[in-house]
Design a protein around this ligand. Structure first.
Ligand code: DX5
Ligand code: ZN
Length: 221
């Protein structure tokens, strides 16, 4: 199992002072930055693109930036995110016409590649790509907005993905996104996740360091 990672979703950060708020959450004990890209087409919301990622790099953010693409089409925007400084890029297989090609493109651009599964999307997309991907992202809400409630069925799906990853023998991360908080993160870790996205639970907390420490404690408890 990979060392656990907390990846705050900056969707819930203060966009008017995004650099500062991102620095603050990393200094408070988070390892990654989760970067939600929504296009008002694949999902009903519109957020941020490669220019904003580049601005965070120029501001001095050197940590892992984990791009979650909720866009259709996918391929056209991948090189722009790689050039802007993304470390990992994950996409929804339903949004790509050629899933294997998109994975290859992300890898060619020098990034780690991930597949994202919506709550009702079956895991079949994993069948023939386990030798290529670096990350599986299980959505525990329907994508589009922060602050939604964790869908409990996701726990069973996490267990199934954990089995598939263990069987592959590869160092693939198992990430969970949506409604994760200090109260349910222990259960999510026990189901097999090692990488935890949390937006509202961290950015709406009065003390980032305190909530992140409580999350780390329940992951290991
Ligand atoms: C949802 C996004 C999530 C979201 C998580 O479409 O992919 O990353 O911002 O926010 P919370 O933790 O508030 O559910
Ligand atoms: Zn996300």
């Amino acid at each position: 199992r990979q060392p656990s990672v907390i990846a705050p979703s900056i969707l819930s950060a203060d966009f008017a002072r995004l650099g500062d708020d991102t620095r603050k959450v990393l200094d408070a004990g988070a390892q990654w930055v989760h970067f939600d890209v929504m296009d008002n087409h694949y999902v009903p919301n519109l957020t941020i693109g490669p220019m904003v990622l580049k601005a965070l790099r120029d501001y001095g953010i050197k940590e892992h930036i984990d791009v979650h693409l909720m866009v259709k089409p996918v391929d056209r925007i991948v090189p722009d995110f790689a050039k802007a400084g993304a470390n990992s890029i994950s996409f929804h297989p339903e949004a790509s016409e050629h899933v294997d090609r998109t994975i290859g493109l992300i890898k060619e651009e020098g990034c780690q590649a991930g597949l994202v599964f919506n709550p009702a999307t079956p895991l079949d997309y994993l069948d023939f790509v386990m030798d290529k991907i670096d990350l599986v992202l299980i959505m525990s809400v329907n994508p589009g907005f922060g602050g939604q409630k964790f869908i409990p069925m996701a726990l069973e799906k996490i267990r199934q993905v954990r089995e598939r990853i263990d069987r592959s023998g590869r160092a693939i991360r198992l990430e969970v996104d949506g409604g994760v908080n200090a109260d349910n993160i222990g259960q999510i870790a026990a189901a097999g996740a090692d990488t935890f996205v949390a937006g509202s639970a961290i950015f709406n907390a009065p003390d980032y360091a305190d909530v992140i420490a409580r999350m780390h404690a329940s992951i290991h408890g």
